[in-house]
Design a protein around this ligand. Structure first.
Ligand code: ZN
Length: 373
């Protein structure tokens, strides 16, 4: 969503990030529950207690959304798609996948996993609410009822068939299963998603004009749905154009490599200046260790460059060491590749090549030209 999220930790091995805006949402929920909901539900409650319960409710909501996204992540992983990060944003979360589900069935399972978790949470709070004796404190009842309600709202919202919301993904999986064509299914689902997006904006603005301030939120989400549907369509078009193209056919080979024992100063003089590449694989014997680029060199203080072995500053990232048969479309989706812009290609014979994001972008431009002609 443009804004960089803040890492807050890992759960089940998946990094969890929070958009800065989410903190504002937590404050907004705390404030609205503390100022209105709890005083209404619990007559005579002290303001501090009302705001305290408001904050508790916002954090429980946060946990519910996290569990929803973990549901997606666990199923994605079981279907062979890694989750790079779970990102909590405006109204929910996004489980950012490295890659796409490979079949309609996998997409369907992935899409319904989150709503299934949310349904269980809503049902659990609902059951607790029913089981609470009449003598239970009103504040406890209010906390439980709010969670049941808000999880039902998350469930309903996520099941809107507005791609890329979960309901839209379900729709795409069903169309995909029926037509066997993911591009067409994505096109149809994205069109429906855009329609919903415009509808949400119109309804939201009308509501806001009529005094329902929450309508603004609805309109913002509608806008998000439109933007995300477009991005998803574009990403897929690219993927279809690139798929079947292997890294081994786009790499520069053999790559000029720097031995891990060379000093950073040597690397600058004998490699960066001489060859004018912006990154090199670093090798230990014939085995590639990682990549060194100018940014990594710049991080070493000038007076230490003669003493620091280049192996010490190499970027070791497992997703940047790839097999020559890896699909370029898969490589392009790896965040590490998007960030560093280079990956080491290992051939079947154990030799080393290098592939850059510019190589891939040039092929994309050429494919575009070929498509236009
Ligand atoms: Zn979801």
């Amino acid at each position: 969503m443009g804004l960089r999220s803040i890492r807050i930790g890992r759960l089940a091995g998946v990094p969890i990030g929070v958009q800065p805006l989410w903190l504002a949402i937590v404050a907004l929920i705390t404030w609205s529950l503390g100022a209105a909901y709890y005083p209404d539900q619990v007559p005579g409650i002290a303001p501090a207690a009302a705001y305290g319960l408001g904050l508790l409710s916002a954090l429980l909501l946060f946990a519910s959304i996290l569990l929803h996204e973990l549901g997606h992540a666990v199923v994605a992983r079981r279907n062979g798609v890694e989750i790079e990060e779970i990102d909590l944003w405006l109204l929910g979360g996004v489980a950012r996948m490295a890659g796409y589900p490979k079949t309609a069935g996998a997409e369907l399972r992935f899409a319904i996993a989150g709503p299934a978790v949310t349904l269980v949470i809503a049902a659990a709070f609902g059951a607790v609410d029913l089981a609470l004796p009449g003598s239970a404190p009103a504040s406890l009842k209010a906390v439980v009822e709010y969670q049941a309600f808000v999880n039902l709202a998350i469930l309903a919202f996520n099941l809107l068939p507005a791609f890329p919301l979960d309901g839209g993904r379900v729709a795409r999986a069903l169309i995909w299963a029926r037509t066997g064509d993911i591009s067409r299914a994505t096109g149809i689902a994205a069109t429906i998603g855009r329609g919903f997006g415009y509808g949400m904006i119109a309804l939201g603005l009308l509501g806001a004009a009529g005094g329902a301030f929450g309508g603004i939120w609805f309109a913002v989400v509608g806008f998000f749905v439109i933007v995300a549907a477009r991005a998803e369509e574009g990403g897929l078009r690219l993927r279809v154009a690139l798929s079947g193209r292997e890294a081994g056919r786009l790499m520069s080979f053999p790559a000029v490599t720097i031995p891990a024992g060379a000093s950073v100063a040597q690397a600058v003089d004998e490699y960066f200046i001489r060859y004018r590449y912006s990154a090199f694989p670093v090798t230990e014997g014939t085995r590639p260790l990682g990549l060194v680029n100018l940014a990594a060199v710049e991080r070493v203080a000038a007076d230490r460059r003669a003493r620091t072995p280049v192996g010490d500053i190499a970027i070791h990232h497992p997703s940047l060491l790839i097999d020559e048969h890896l699909d370029v479309a898969d490589l392009l989706e790896r965040p590490a590749f998007q960030e560093i812009g280079r990956a080491i290609v290992l051939t079947a014979s154990g030799k080393v090549g290098i592939i850059s994001i510019t190589d891939v972008q040039q092929v994309m431009r050429a494919l575009d030209l070929a498509g236009a002609a």
